[in-house]
Design a protein around this ligand. Structure first.
Ligand SMILES: Cc1cc2nc3c(=O)[nH]c(=O)nc-3n(C[C@H](O)[C@H](O)[C@H](O)COP(=O)(O)O)c2cc1C
Length: 255
C-alpha cells in the first residue's frame, strides 16, 4: 500500500479490508548498533509484528540527522527546512496512524540520534497544526542497566504532539563493556559497576533482551494492545482531549 509515496509492508495474515481502513504504524529504532545485535531493534520489531497492522520499521543507524536548530523556518508551513536524512521521514511520520519508537539509554537518557530525530517533530506543532494529535504510540527503551531512562523522555516527546503512549517496554541489553575487550578488568566500566570484580564475560553472562522472556512478552503484549486500540474505534479527537489534559495537568503541577 502506498501512502504519500511510502510503501508499507503488508502482513500476510491480514483479512482483506478496504485499504482506507488499514492502520499503518511507523516503527523507529534509534540504535546505532547493527540491527541484528540491537536490543532496541529487536523489541521495536517484536511490538510491530504483534500489532496485526501494516507497518514499516526504519532504523536511524548511520543516518545523518541533526537536532532542531530553532531557526523557526517551519513556523509558517510546518515543514522543517533542514536538509538531511530526517527529511524523507516526514511523509512517513504524517502518514502513520501510530508509532513504535525505541532508543538506547545513553548516560541515563535517550541517545542523541533519537533525541535529534524527535526534536525535528517541532515542525508539526505550529499554529494549532493537528497532524499528529490523537495518534497512538508504544515506546521502547534498552539500557546496559535499565531502559526506562530512555523510554521516559520518548513518552514526553509524544505528549508534546498530543500522542498517547499506550505502553512502554524496557529491557536490558549488553553494555559495550561486554565487547570492548577490557570489560573484565576496567575499574570504571559497567561490568564492575553492575557485577563487581571477578565477573567473567561469556555468551551466557552477556545480556540480551531475547533472553528476558518477560520483556519479550511485554513487547508482544504492547503490540497487541496497540493493534487493538487502533482497530477498535480509535477516536483521535477523544485521545487528543485526554492527552491535552494530561499535558495541562503536568505543566500546572510544575508551576
Ligand atoms: C555512550 C554510551 C552510554 C551509555 N550509557 C548508559 C547508561 O547510562 N545506562 C545504561 O543502562 N546503559 C548505558 N549504555 C549501554 C546501552 O544502553 C546498551 O548497550 C544498550 O544495549 C544499547 O541498546 P542497543 O543494543 O539497541 O544498541 C551506554 C552505551 C553507550 C554507547
Amino acid at each position: 500500500m502506498a501512502v504519500g509515496g511510502v510503501r508499507y509492508c503488508k502482513q500476510h495474515n491480514r483479512p482483506s479490508e478496504k485499504e482506507t481502513l488499514i492502520m499503518k504504524i511507523l516503527g523507529i529504532s534509534g540504535s546505532q548498533r547493527p540491527d541484528e545485535t540491537s536490543g532496541v531493534h529487536m523489541l521495536v520489531r517484536t511490538v510491530l509484528e504483534n500489532t496485526g497492522c501494516d507497518y514499516e520499521l526504519v532504523s536511524l543507524r548511520g543516518k545523518n540527522i541533526s537536532g532542531c536548530s530553532a531557526c523557526l523556518g517551519c513556523v509558517e508551513d510546518n515543514v522543517c527546512k533542514i536538509r538531511d536524512d530526517a527529511e524523507p521521514l516526514r511523509a512517513r511520520i504524517l502518514a502513520a496512524d501510530a508509532y513504535v519508537i525505541g532508543a538506547p539509554n545513553f548516560f541515563s537518557t535517550l541517545n542523541a540520534t533519537t533525541h535529534a530525530f524527535l526534536e525535528r517533530w517541532y515542525q508539526f506543532r505550529h499554529q494549532t497544526a493537528d497532524a499528529l494529535w490523537g495518534k497512538l504510540a508504544v515506546v521502547v527503551g534498552v539500557g546496559g542497566d535499565d531502559g526506562a531512562p530512555a523510554a521516559g523522555p520518548i513518552e514526553m516527546f509524544m505528549l508534546y504532539s498530543f500522542i498517547e503512549t499506550v505502553a512502554k517496554v524496557t529491557g536490558q541489553g549488553a553494555a559495550c563493556c561486554f565487547t570492548c575487550g577490557y570489560g573484565e578488568t576496567c575499574d570504571v566500566g559497567a561490568i564492575r559497576m553492575m557485577h563487581g570484580p571477578d565477573f567473567k564475560i561469556t555468551p551466557e553472562t552477556t545480556p540480551s533482551v531475547a533472553k528476558q522472556p518477560d520483556v519479550m512478552q511485554a513487547a508482544a503484549d504492547a503490540g497487541k494492545l496497540l493493534g487493538q486500540r487502533l482497530t477498535t474505534g480509535h477516536d483521535r479527537a477523544e485521545v487528543t482531549k485526554k492527552v491535552q489534559k494530561m499535558m495541562m495537568d503536568l505543566f500546572a503541577s510544575s508551576t
